[in-house]
Design a protein around this ligand. Structure first.
Ligand code: IYR
Length: 241
């Protein structure tokens, strides 16, 4: 391969030069970098997914900041293929719960294969989704499968599942940082969510997240997280030279 980098015009013939601006970046002293990395781990390690919410209200502004944080996620070709529909109306949450439970009932009482059931048994999940009506907010995250221009013509999006899932990760971190709890719920099939929430056909529901405060008697399954040595590798060990 030639060492000479191709010019922009060679790679992108006919396209205008991209506009760049200086990166705003504050370089921290190494000790502070380490301290912050460790402190953030401890903060995030305190996060737990619970199914037990109470109905204490959460101001919309808190949800908006968390969603804005989610919207800082990187995305394929910077298409930002995500939409966050925050539901707080009790009647709509009730309809959402009813529709989710109808599907989940079929899953839990029929279509869930034995191996899947065995995997979920330690978590004790079931088709009853009380958190969808208990929590003050339910955020339904949609991924934009493709864009629609002003004339209604389809425009391609890229890595939409990856992009929207990264955004959900940031959303979960932001909500936890704000002192709230959430639960990632993936009803399957999800088609009814588009209809219920009036979303266009180029969007598909990806995840449902009730958001709020835990009930005073909230519980979580007794679980352990994999230690670093099980999830991390540096190089290939001695033989990699
Ligand atoms: N979507 C169902 C089932 C479920 C599946 C997995 I994988 C989980 O980690 C938890 C639940 C539900 O939401 O109950």
């Amino acid at each position: 391969m030639s060492a000479d980098a191709p010019t922009f015009a060679e790679v992108y013939p006919g396209h205008p030069e991209p506009q760049f601006e200086p990166l705003e970046f504050i370089r921290l002293p190494p000790g502070e970098t380490l301290a912050r990395a460790e402190a953030f781990y401890h903060e995030m390690n305190a996060r737990r997914t619970t199914r037990h919410f109470n109905c204490d209200p959460v101001p919309q502004e808190v949800i908006e900041w968390a969603v804005q944080t989610a919207g800082t996620a990187p995305s394929g070709a910077h298409r930002q293929p995500w939409r966050f529909v925050a539901v707080q109306d009790p009647a709509l949450k009730a309809r959402l719960r009813e529709a989710v439970e109808a599907e989940e009932y079929k899953t839990y009482t029929g279509r869930m294969p034995g191996e899947w059931r065995a995997a979920l048994a330690p978590l004790g999940t079931d088709y009853v989704k009380a958190h969808l009506t208990d929590a003050p907010w339910v955020i339904v995250v949609f991924r934009e499968k493709y864009g629609l221009d002003a004339d209604g013509k389809r425009t391609k999006n890229y890595y939409t599942v990856e992009s929207a899932s990264i955004a959900v990760g940031l959303l979960i971190a932001a909500l936890h940082h704000a002192g709230l709890v959430t639960l990632t719920h993936t009803p399957n099939p999800m088609g009814f969510l588009s209809e219920l929430l009036g979303r266009p056909k180029n969007e598909e529901a990806l995840m449902v997240l009730p958001v709020g405060y835990p009930a005073p008697d909230a519980t979580v399954p007794r679980l352990a997280r994999k230690p670093l040595k099980q999830i991390f590798q540096v190089d290939l060990g001695e033989s990699s030279a």
